[in-house]
Design a binder for this molecule. Structure first.
Ligand code: MN
Length: 280
């Protein structure tokens, strides 16, 4: 077992927006673990759900710092929110999204593990290109992936904010899990829908390319979402890979003529591994 070589730096910002009276989003900055949770539910429910989820995620991840451990921690968070929702009538029906990123070490290799439930998102900016890593668990996006709606139809679907998966709704939940090999210069964005419903991917990418400091980039993205309407709470976490584990020669490979194929844009590369327990 070697010493972890990959180093991260991160920045974040969150804002209630221009319309909502309270901020039901929560974020977690606990290097090497980062998360965004977007709570839903009347009264205080949404805030309680997202806070309960990030606290349970942190506690669960500490027990097993692998990709599987991270997915387990999300399932623990689901159970924590579900139990809490049944304790008090005013919390009944609350739920939350969860998108999290952790640097993990498995079999001597470091990886970025990304987990998702709901319609918050993780993006990867690599070599100037921005790609969405996660799938939204919403009614129109599920229909689009099934080939029953075009992207244009999905974009204007009346149920765009109806989730097909969230934490706290059922005693068990299916968790999407992806692994990305980290390269120096990679930038990962975690965001609640209050960002990308207001700001286009093109404009998000422009800010992420332009602003080196992750805190400044996060604040700028939140400010843009507010300028463009701020109809929802906005939460942004920006995580930079400032050094990578190049002992296997990956850094020099990345500079060679042939592009590395360990991660290329698209679903085929972010190794989709559906967490085993979530399938049952
Ligand atoms: Mn939201």
């Amino acid at each position: 077992m070697g010493v972890p070589m990959t180093a991260l730096r991160a920045g974040a910002a969150t804002d209630v927006g221009r319309v909502r009276s309270n901020n039901q989003d929560h974020l977690l900055m606990a290097d090497p673990l980062f998360a965004v949770a977007d709570g839903m539910g009347g009264h205080a429910g949404g805030e309680v759900a997202s806070l309960t989820a990030v606290e349970a995620l942190l506690a669960g991840f500490d027990a097993n710092r692998t990709a599987d451990g991270l997915a387990d921690a999300v399932r623990n968070a689901n159970e924590a929110v579900w139990k809490r929702a049944r304790e008090r009538t005013e919390l009944r029906g609350m739920g939350t999204t969860m998108t999290a990123l952790a640097l993990v070490r498995e079999n001597g290799e470091e990886a970025l593990a990304i987990v998702n439930v709901g319609d918050s998102r993780a993006y990867l900016l690599r070599d100037g290109d921005l790609d969405q890593l996660t799938d939204d668990h919403s009614v129109p996006k599920e229909l689009e992936r099934a080939g029953r709606l075009s992207a244009e139809e999905a974009a204007v679907h009346p149920q765009h904010n109806v989730l097909t998966r969230a934490l706290g709704i059922e005693p068990e939940v299916e968790v999407d899990c992806f692994r990305v090999i980290p390269y120096r210069g990679d930038r990962i964005l975690l965001a609640s829908d209050g960002l990308f419903n207001e700001v286009s991917d093109k404009d998000i990418a422009s800010v992420l390319r332009r602003m080196d400091d992750p805190d400044e980039a996060a604040r700028e993205l939140v400010a843009m979402a507010k300028e463009h309407g701020g109809n929802d709470n906005i939460t942004v976490v920006v995580v930079d890979v400032v050094d990578d584990d190049d002992r296997a020669g990956r850094a020099s490979a990345a500079l060679a003529d042939e592009p590395t194929t360990q991660w290329a844009p698209g679903a085929a590369t972010a190794t989709a591994l559906r967490a085993a327990q979530g399938d049952g």
